[in-house]
Design a protein around this ligand. Structure first.
Ligand SMILES: Cc1cc2nc3c(=O)[nH]c(=O)nc-3n(C[C@H](O)[C@H](O)[C@H](O)COP(=O)(O)O)c2cc1C
Length: 340
């Protein structure tokens, strides 16, 4: 373990009027970074910030946290959890941000990166990168509405043009964003081509607010390379945190995972999904997590099939118990076909 890197990851960082204790952040992932998965992460710790999945700004003011699968939390995680919203109407985004502040979240994040058709169709997510004036109005309205940190997560844009990313970063900063998470891929590219980490340095150099780099960081070497290439202030981890929920504790605190941790993470995810969601939703949420988790194992495809065939959340733990009987061999890096 590189002690300088570990020290850096554990160094505090000011975001707006608040400070995070550690530079590793869970990236938002819809249907995945929900209350149950964040409880799995909390078994290990090692992070500075957690994220919800994206929540529709229109529905946030009316959400009931007791039944919502997106807008729900544990009290003890609120102070280090950011709620991400998507939308394109400045007043609606501002109202959602006010509810998020009133509930006690660390901050609010504006989604300017999601390129799914269902989101972009209404001008939200990455569609805002094609409309800088509207994006500016959205960030301005949210900034005016709340005192908590405002973060913007965004991509390069719709073309492979780093100058556009730099100008959007300046625009977000000018409108009052306290930090940025930058995923240097063009919007139409889901995750097929590698992200261009060299663009992260351009964004970092353009603004004074903290910039978190994101995209394809799987190993500690990847994190070290992204940080040294770009000088960014921290790293946001998506899929690897799903596959290995201890990864942030491993990198920042030297936790050493054993095969038992793989079993514990899977069984904890199944029981926390069962505790938080209705049985059908619990099973679907577990199955959304399953490919990333199964990507850890040499026979991951077979495990994924067995979990799917289990059909109900209550049948998941017995499948996992059986799978771990034979000390399943691990992959060095997650299987690409599952880790999508
Ligand atoms: C299934 C899935 C859902 C995602 N949902 C969101 C989302 O709700 N909001 C967002 O800003 N990014 C979302 N992302 C993008 C991730 O936050 C992250 O930018 C991307 O996965 C690249 O990081 P990684 O290589 O560390 O996974 C999602 C990614 C995945 C795989």
């Amino acid at each position: 373990m590189n002690t300088n890197l570990q020290e850096f990851l554990n160094s505090p960082l000011a975001i707006g009027g608040k400070t995070i204790a550690n530079r590793l952040v869970l990236a938002p992932m819809a249907g995945l970074t929900h209350i149950a998965f964040r409880e799995v992460l909390a078994l290990y710790g090692g992070y500075g910030l957690l994220y919800t999945g994206m929540a529709g700004a229109k529905s946030v003011p009316h959400e009931n946290p007791k039944v919502s699968t997106v807008f729900s939390w544990r009290e003890e995680e609120l102070e280090h959890t950011v709620c991400q919203i998507f939308g394109s109407v400045p007043e609606t985004m501002a109202q959602a941000a006010q509810r998020i502040e009133a509930e006690g979240f660390f901050g609010v994040d504006i989604n300017c990166g999601c390129s799914a058709r269902a989101i972009c169709r209404y001008g939200s997510g990455a569609a805002l990168l094609a409309k800088p004036d509207l994006a500016a109005q959205v960030v301005r309205a949210v900034r005016k509405a709340v005192n908590i940190p405002v973060i913007v997560k965004f991509r390069t844009g719709w073309k492979d043009d780093p100058a556009h990313a730099v100008s959007m970063a300046r625009l977000f900063r000018d409108e009052g964003a306290d930090a940025l998470i930058f995923h240097p891929r063009v919007a139409p590219d889901l995750r097929t081509r590698p992200p261009k980490w060299e663009y992260i340095g351009l964004v970092k150099d353009a603004v004074e607010v903290p910039v978190f780099g994101n995209g394809n960081v799987i190993s500690l070497d990847d994190a070290a390379k992204m940080l040294s290439m770009s000088g960014c202030d921290g790293v946001a981890l998506g899929r690897i945190a799903l596959a290995q929920p201890w990864i942030m504790a491993q990198w920042s605190q030297g936790m050493a995972p054993a095969l038992d941790d793989y079993k514990t993470a899977g069984t904890a995810m199944a029981s926390f999904c069962a505790k938080r969601f209705e049985p059908r939703t619990a099973f679907l949420r577990f199955m959304k997590f399953s490919p990333y988790y199964c990507a850890n194992f040499q026979f991951g495809h077979a495990l994924h099939k067995r979990l799917f065939a289990a059909k109900e959340i209550d049948n998941i733990i017995p499948v996992l118990e059986d799978f771990f009987q034979s000390a399943p061999p691990l992959n060095k890096r997650p299987t690409p076909g599952l880790f999508v």
